[in-house]
Design a protein around this ligand. Structure first.
Ligand code: ANZ
Ligand code: ZN
Length: 844
């Protein structure tokens, strides 16, 4: 018999909604160690609706939160929407529909879908980043950054997407292409608002050590911040009256092997060092380089290009004249924008030297011939004057000492991290709350005038000139200067989507507060986030930006923790099956049929191979959660996603597996239809099947408890399946045992859990019932009946392993009802344990 999930699920969803079962407050009854903040990465409400990837992380946190509540924790578990962003705006451009209309419709759809999965969110705390009473505080935080000098305006060449017509952050450029639309990113020089994240580079790096995060994510952040220890070395330009060019190098030990120098095409010294004969060639080269992205320029695989400047520099250690080249594999934005090239020991320099026939001099004893290949590993220095005989580490130290003493260089640290280009020339984002006044310059909008609301516009089309569509609305742009009252103009740039998502976890703490982004009390009560679960794609962008803002807020004294997210877990990607032909091209799933265990492409009759791939519209292998819920129920979908494998690994969707889970829940339902018996499961039991079941139950309690706490949900589910198999065999079900099982099942399949709990005669939600416990003693094969005596009288009995030690027996005895009843108000003066027989208490 199938269980009636179609009735059960809406019933309990309504119950939770109506009773606000999961509303949570800053209740002082819970001590600090009994409070938990468990956070999901909030979704962007796209028109496509929820993806099966969303419920994976959301179910995991939901199970964990439900488990925590049943273990006496006060749990904050909120949900909201990252609602600004380009898709809604692009849709507005096409259709004229205001982005807030599409966004709100999408939010409604997402909310319906999320609620249909039975997650235990406190919906009263739901936030949406595009609401004025939310972005008021995003703007407020921006002003904090501005006041602290961490937001500045600059005319700089930025990454520019020629298709989205907007500037992009470095983090939004993937392999030289726009992360959103795939267009090749170019450079454009426009007025920008930039956040000084570089000022926090060291702290962002150091504090990673304090976090319980996946090593891979920490490594990605470390690489992104890219701290490197090196030296700056001054090279005199030959024939320029002692004028110098400074290079940055991490290998100053190789100075004797520097056979040429390279400056970036944008380097300010280029004009000065370019000789008349080389002028035309240099100018042409610079023009070409400007068209390329940084990645195209530095990629090792790319053909090296460059041009000789006509000038020479003097190598400060040996006085040799070396040519100065201009080449785009040196970036203006890193170090000093100039390098000393050591082709014998650096791959890029080697490629370049080979191409342009520059000398290659070995300065570390190499295991390869440096004329045919660079040697980049350690070695003993040769041809290096006072460094000869030293290894790399010692040679670097000695060289730095030399440079500093001669005042021609110094040890320095560099970071790859660049300041964060924070303005976007688009409509659907938070207006940057600044005013430009002809008298006072840039003026912050006073807090009392926040939020600076987004005005309605007629055309959402980006201007392409580097101005946002807001610039066209005179009535909005023209304003009075908050300082002097004269005519002024509003800043028309908006913030990137990251702005709103940088701090949403703080707004959940106190979402309706009109006087502050959140109250100090709420912040103190909940922060930091104890567990944050989301996709690995946010390893750098969102997680780095949020950490940065959090640290700024910490410095402002408005948050109490240095880091926002103490523990982070990335859920694995849910993939899907797809098919490929012999030539490796892919076939959409609906063009393939199964015949005799083989997959055949319908049109050609050829056999194709089943593979695992990302879900994609074009392959027609996207799984729609709505359909799955409709066919198998939300509890099945939740449990299946947890049963697919460990939370953090990538796993392919297979609807057959979902069917299996659905059958398991049917079996649970069938067990619940058995007669429930009042059997004391801690006493001696004769029925063999029941003794076996008790053993399994003890093991199930132990395993499900441990596995749920450790987020090993797939293993916990396996154990529950074992229990249900055993339970199917008995005639009557001991009621207390069934209650325990139902409670353990409830975080996983909450609708069914509530229904079974009600069937057992309970009248209110089981969400706050105590998590079951049961002695592991019952797992043991060989048990004895132990009697509990109080002052010589038999008061209770329990089962224990025949080899259980005195301490275990004592502990078990004091848990019995008989003990509790007959020792109440008395003092135990003596305990006598007879192994395998009895525990006798002398009470006064
Ligand atoms: C000489 C040298 C010899 C170098 C050698 C390396 C190996 P990281 O570790 O990433 O900081 N470099 C410096 N500034 C650069 C720029 N603006 N654009 C491109 N390359 C630049 O890399 C530092 C090394 O990258 C520096 O050390 C420099 O090359 C190069 F056997 O100097 B080295
Ligand atoms: Zn003014």
């Amino acid at each position: 018999m199938a269980y009636p999930f179609k009735n059960i699920e809406p019933k309990w969803q309504n119950y939770w909604d109506k009773n606000k079962t999961f509303r949570v407050t800053e209740d002082e009854k819970f001590s600090a160690d009994k409070r938990r903040y468990v956070l999901d990465m909030f979704p962007y409400p796209s028109g496509a609706g929820l993806h099966v990837g969303h419920p994976e992380g959301y179910t995991a946190t939901d199970i964990y939160c439900r488990y925590l509540r049943m273990n006496g924790y006060n749990v904050l578990h909120p949900m909201g929407y990252d609602a600004f962003g380009l898709p809604a705006e692009n849709y507005a451009i096409k259709t004229g529909t205001h982005p807030s209309i599409t966004t709100n419709a999408n939010i409604e759809n997402f909310t319906r879908q999320i609620k249909a999965l039975g997650f235990s969110y406190d919906w009263d705390r739901c936030v949406s980043t595009c609401e004025p009473d939310y972005y008021k505080w995003t703007q407020w935080i921006f002003l904090k950054l501005y006041e602290k000098g961490l937001a500045y305006e600059a005319e700089t060449p930025i990454n520019w997407c020629p298709s989205c017509l907007t500037g992009l952050a470095n983090e939004e450029v993937k392999e030289g292409k726009c992360e959103r639309c795939g267009a090749v990113v170019t450079h454009k020089t426009i007025r920008q608002w930039i956040l000084k994240i570089t000022e926090y580079a060291e702290r962002l790096l150091e504090d990673l050590d304090t976090l319980d995060w996946p090593d891979s994510v920490k490594a990605m952040q470390r690489n992104w911040i890219g701290k490197s220890f090196g030296a700056e070395v001054d090279f005199e330009i030959d024939g320029h009256n002692g004028e110098k060019l400074t290079v940055y190098t991490t290998r100053c030990d190789t100075l004797y092997g520097a056979t040429y120098m390279v400056v970036a095409p944008e380097h300010p010294a280029v004009k000065k060092i370019t000789t008349a004969e080389q002028k035309d060639a240099v100018e042409k080269y610079i023009e070409e380089a400007a068209k390329k992205s940084d990645l195209q320029r530095t990629d090792l695989a790319k053909d090296k290009t460059g041009v000789f400047s006509g000038s020479y520099a003097i190598n400060p250690v040996n006085g040799k004249k070396i040519p100065i080249w201009i080449a785009d594999y040196v970036l203006i934005s890193y170090g000093t924008g100039a390098i000393m090239a050591v082709p014998a020991h650096d791959d890029r320099d080697w490629e370049f030297a080979k191409k342009f026939n520059l000398p290659i001099i070995e300065v570390l004893k190499s295991e390869v011939d440096v004329q045919t290949q660079a040697w980049t590993q350690d070695g003993i220095h040769v041809n290096s004057g006072f460094l000869d005989g030293l290894n790399k580490k010692d040679a670097i130290a000695k060289m730095i000492e030399f440079l500093e003493e001669k005042k021609i260089g110094k040890a320095t640290v560099n970071y790859k991290l660049r300041d964060w280009i924070f303005s976007r020339q688009r409509y659907w984002g938070e207006p940057i709350p600044l005013v430009h006044c002809p008298c006072c310059g840039t003026v912050a909008v006073p807090e009392s005038e926040l939020p600076v609301k987004l005005p309605d516009v007629k055309s959402y089309q980006p201007t392409g000139t580097g101005e946002s569509p807001l610039a066209a609305i005179d009535s909005w742009v023209n304003c009075k200067c908050p300082k002097c009252g004269k005519d002024a103009k509003r800043e028309t740039n908006t913030m990137p989507q990251w702005g709103g998502s940088c701090w949403y976890y703080l707004r959940y703490l106190d979402p309706k507060n009109n006087n502050a982004f959140c109250s100090k009390e709420a912040e103190n009560y909940w922060m930091p986030v104890d567990l944050y679960v989301g996709g690995a794609e946010h390893a750098v962008l969102h997680l780095l930006y949020a950490r940065f803002w959090h640290k700024v807020l910490y410095d402002c004294g408005v948050v109490s923790t240095k880091e926002p997210f103490q523990r982070l877990i990335n859920q694995g990607l849910i993939t899907s099956f797809a098919f490929q032909r012999k030539n490796k091209t892919l076939v959409p799933t609906d063009e393939v049929e199964e015949k005799d265990g083989k997959y055949i492409e319908k049109a050609t009759g050829e056999e194709v191979e089943q593979i695992i791939a990302k879900m994609s519209k074009s392959l027609k292998n996207v799984v729609n959660p709505d359909e799955m819920i409709d066919q198998y129920g939300a509890d099945s979908v939740r449990m299946y996603e947890m049963f697919m494998g460990p939370l953090t690994v990538s796993k392919p969707w297979n609807t057959q597996g979902l069917v299996g889970i659905n059958r398991f829940l049917d079996k649970v339902w069938q067990v619940s239809e058995k007669p429930m018996a009042d059997i004391d499961i801690t006493a001696k039991i004769e029925d063999k099947a029941l003794v076996e079941l008790r053993k399994t139950y003890a093991k199930t309690v132990a395993k499900v408890t441990k596995d749920t706490a450790n987020l090993d949900f797939n293993v916990a589910i396996s154990q529950m399946m074992i229990f249900i198999n055993e339970a199917s065999k008995v005639e009557k079900m001991p009621k207390t045992m069934w209650e325990g099982f139902v409670l353990m099942l409830s975080p996983y399949a909450p609708h069914l859990g509530e229904e079974l709990w009600e069937k057992l005669g309970h009248t209110k939600t089981n969400a706050y019932e105590a998590w079951p416990t049961f002695s592991e003693e019952y797992c043991k094969e060989d048990t004895k009946e132990i009697v509990v005596m109080i002052n010589g009288k038999l008061r209770d009995k329990f089962e224990a392993a025949s080899d259980a030690d005195d301490e275990t027996l004592k502990a078990r005895a004091v848990e019995t009802e008989g003990y509790k009843k007959f020792t109440e108000g008395k003092e135990i003066v003596k305990v006598i344990v007879v192994k395998g027989k009895m525990v006798n208490f002398v009470a006064k």
